[in-house]
Design a protein around this ligand. Structure first.
Ligand code: ADP
Ligand code: ZN
Ligand code: ZN
Length: 750
């Protein structure tokens, strides 16, 4: 027999299966990882097909084939349906199959850095009367003790026995020689769970909204179909809906994958699932050690764990007989991969559900414009949960006009109202959250008197300040069209000199907080304080236990958290994201304000939210304050239509990266010229293309790589595919010094 193998080398040269002989004694199957010769090297690969020798093409005679070297695992690492998925993704993303195959396996497994962990275990030979034999061993008390410990017939790890009996090895060996026990090597799984995770919980009585939602989703899941957009307000109890669906899936003998944003993957979330489904739950996220991730992955592959709770890459978890995929907080950016290949976990989920006959549930209090538009078009069934659990009211939101604060002489980053509410909240023994969106920190220029933001005259997107050192006055640049101008000294709108680089970091909020409320304990959560493996969980735990009263954080505190004692939420500067140089900035702002507001008043006490804004009358702030998703959607959808933004158009680019700037730029220029020439020759394609431009990428250098891109805006029709094909073809351009990537609707235009 012949095995066709995709080698684990990402290069267009080897982006096709190679044939190898299967030698006597090896039994690779489709999906097996194997070691094969490639030229003078030995590389790993995945078997994609097994063929009889008669199927070899004529120009490839049998005697020219080399044999497979080794089969790397005792089971195929890749399920056939995941192999199919890898093929589909390679095609859609215009990238080599070896690149999408890599997504399917834990990185540490692929590189051989991690191995199974084996442990010595001792177990009573069945039929042995341990008690009676132990009684006979009066002269050997240690052996007697060991025998009694093993009397239950269960396997016991040597490491555990040594905690009870000092140096048990010799004693065990003696018992083995007597034929009373067996000593063997067994695999142990490195576990990421805490002892608290083992508490069991049962489902509460469901609310009528929850029952209705399940009433429409479960029958579809039972038929092995259905794609739903679950739009439930914050606190409507969406998690309980997932839990009920997972229970049903398990009853049907099916598995489930629940994707949550990485930063919402708190111990709380893990506990929720673990307490309901016990060891049938596996978790996959970036804070696991390599060993834990590998073992959780293997528990899934071996069928021991049937419910996977995980971050983005868990969408590739090897769950067999998949019945359900839930994507919690589906609007989150984290579902778009920021590494190559840049897949969208929502798209992958849809493909998997289709391939495997599973139901798909996209869920959010603030669905993405794209998903809601799809639901309106009928691609997804819309399911709504408009009320909070226990009919708790949604928190009351007050928008504070920060321009007036400055007029009134208040230069603090806290408005008078927020200070007053904070005082009342802390006096009554409740907790508060202060939220600051630091994305866009210090990058745009805005007037503190009138709220004016410097924008590109051609694009209506805020310009970004580029500085090389601290005293550099810098340059304003438009990331859309590349326009450049000097930052103004006074406001072009109102003449105020309070125009400056906007920014107030979490640290500054914390300092001001301490000045205003000496003695109040605060927890600060941002990228600086959450670096360590458990830092994130630890900080949240101090807040949960009430050891501090105020949680100050960036967007990472906006989602998923459920703290019953929080009654006040303050949003320091709601419009910060509104000024990001990205067409999605309005959508992000609405989502962030609504989500963060949803953290307040989740238990008995009603919640209150203060939103500070320099643009209190921006329709997006107004809609967020009313928590009126529909109003926001209609407004934003028509803005996208007029502005020709996605979903009405699509953005695509060829990104060139190189350690040498001149080569990078030269190649980007050449690709641009080739594309232009091709478009000129193909007027039909030209017409579908709204814009083509070569430019520095918004982030010009990352990890020593210079970056230039050729950016395209296309009409969003399937017939724009030839243009994308052309891009993919150009991306295969060989260049010694540069890498070229083709990206369609990338997560970020960095
Ligand atoms: P969402 O994700 O929709 O914002 P959660 O799933 O976090 O809401 O649920 C909000 C709170 O309501 C949680 O504390 C949860 O335990 C509780 N809850 C959910 N469903 C019920 C129910 N049927 N009865 C009582 N409490 C519930
Ligand atoms: Zn002004
Ligand atoms: Zn511009």
């Amino acid at each position: 027999m012949i095995a066709q193998v995709i080698v684990d080398v990402v290069h267009t040269n080897v982006d096709r299966p190679f044939s190898y002989l299967i030698p006597e004694g090896l039994e690779p199957r489709v999906g097996s990882r194997v070691e094969v010769p490639l030229g003078k090297r030995r590389v790993d690969g995945i078997v994609t097909a097994i063929l009889p020798e008669t199927d070899l093409p004529d120009d490839l005679p049998l005697h020219k084939l080399r044999p497979i070297h080794d089969v790397l695992d005792d089971y195929p690492a890749l399920l056939p349906l995941l192999l199919k998925l890898a093929r589909q993704l390679a095609e859609e993303n215009h990238c080599p199959l070896s690149e999408t195959l890599r997504l399917m396996l834990p990185a540490a497994m692929r590189t051989g850095r991690i191995q199974r962990k084996l442990e010595t275990v001792a177990q009573l030979v069945s039929g042995v009367d341990a008690q009676a034999r132990a009684d006979e061993m009066r002269r050997a008390p240690k052996r007697a003790m060991l025998l009694r410990l093993l009397a239950d017939g269960q396997p016991h790890a040597l490491s555990q026995l040594s905690e009870l009996v000092a140096n048990p090895r010799d004693g065990l060996r003696a018992l083995e020689d007597l034929g009373l026990i067996e000593i063997s090597q067994q695999e142990v799984f490195r576990s990421p769970y805490q002892p608290e995770d083992d508490q069991r919980s049962i489902a509460p009585e469901l609310t009528s909204d929850q029952q209705e939602a399940l009433g429409s989703m479960i029958p579809a899941m039972e038929r092995g179909e259905g794609a739903f957009l679950l739009h439930g307000v914050t606190g409507s109890g969406k998690t309980e809906v997932y839990l009920a669906m997972v229970s049903r899936a398990l009853e049907m003998g099916k598995g489930a994958i629940i994707l949550v944003p990485e930063i919402a993957l708190t111990p709380q979330m893990v506990r929720w699932f673990h307490s309901r489904f016990g060891p049938a739950t596996a978790v996959l996220h970036s804070r696991l050690t390599d060993g834990q991730r590998y073992d959780e992955w293997r528990r899934i592959r071996l069928g021991q764990a049937r419910v996977v709770v995980g971050a983005r890459s868990a969408i590739f978890a090897p769950v067999e007989k998949l019945g359900l995929i839930v994507i919690d907080e589906e609007h989150e950016q984290t579902y778009l991969s920021d590494k190559h290949p840049r897949y969208d976990a929502r798209r992958v989920a849809a493909l998997r559900c289709e391939n495997e006959g599973a139901a798909l549930v996209l869920s959010s209090a603030t669905p993405s414009i794209l998903s809601f538009a799809k639901a309106r078009r009928g691609d997804y069934t819309l399911v709504e949960m408009p009320r909070r659990v226990g009919n708790r009211p949604l928190p009351e939101v007050t928008v504070v006009d920060m321009r007036k604060e400055l007029e009134a002489g208040n230069r603090s980053i806290f408005s008078a109202l927020l200070i007053q509410k904070l005082k009342a909240c802390l006096d009554s023994g409740h907790q508060a959250m202060l939220f600051l969106n630091r994305r866009g920190y210090n990058t745009f220029v805005s007037c503190r008197s009138c709220g004016y933001v410097v924008k590109c005259p051609q694009c209506d997107l805020s310009m970004t300040l580029h500085r090389t050192h601290e005293d550099d006055p810098g340059q304003l640049r438009c990331h859309m069209c590349g326009a450049v101008q000097a930052p103004p000294q006074t406001c072009p709108e109102c003449g105020s000199k309070y125009i400056r680089y906007f920014g107030s970091g979490t640290q500054r909020v914390e300092e001001e907080m301490h000045k205003l409320f000496p003695g109040v304990k605060t927890v600060r959560m941002d990228i600086d304080t959450t670096r360590g493996r458990d830092a994130h969980a630890r900080l949240l735990e101090t807040f949960r236990k009430g050891e501090s009263q105020v949680l100050i954080g960036t967007q990472m505190i906006a989602k998923g958290l459920d703290f019953p004692k929080v009654t006040l939420v303050g949003v320091i500067a709601a419009d910060m994201t509104l000024n990001l140089p990205d067409y999605r900035s309005v959508e992000r702002t609405f989502q962030l304000v609504t989500q963060v507001a949803g953290r307040a008043g989740r238990a008995q006490e009603p919640g209150e939210v203060i939103v500070q804004s320099y643009k209190p009358d921006h329709p997006c702030i107004e809609a967020a304050a009313k928590q009126d998703y529909r109003a926001f959607f209609e407004m934003e959808f028509s803005r996208r239509r007029t502005g020709l933004y996605p979903p009405f158009t699509q953005l695509a680019r060829l990104l060139v990266e190189s350690p040498a700037e001149d080569s990078c730029k030269a190649l980007a220029e050449s690709l641009h010229a080739q594309l232009q020439a091709w478009l000129n020759e193909n007027p039909a394609q030209q017409k579908k293309t709204l814009m083509v431009r070569m430019d520095e990428a918004p982030v010009k250098k990352i990890r020593g790589q210079y970056r230039y891109h050729v950016l395209l805006k296309l009409f969003s029709h399937p017939d724009a595919e030839p243009v994308l094909q052309k891009l993919a073809e150009l991306a295969k351009t060989e260049n010694e010094r540069c890498q070229v990537y083709c990206e369609v609707n990338p997560a970020t235009m960095m």
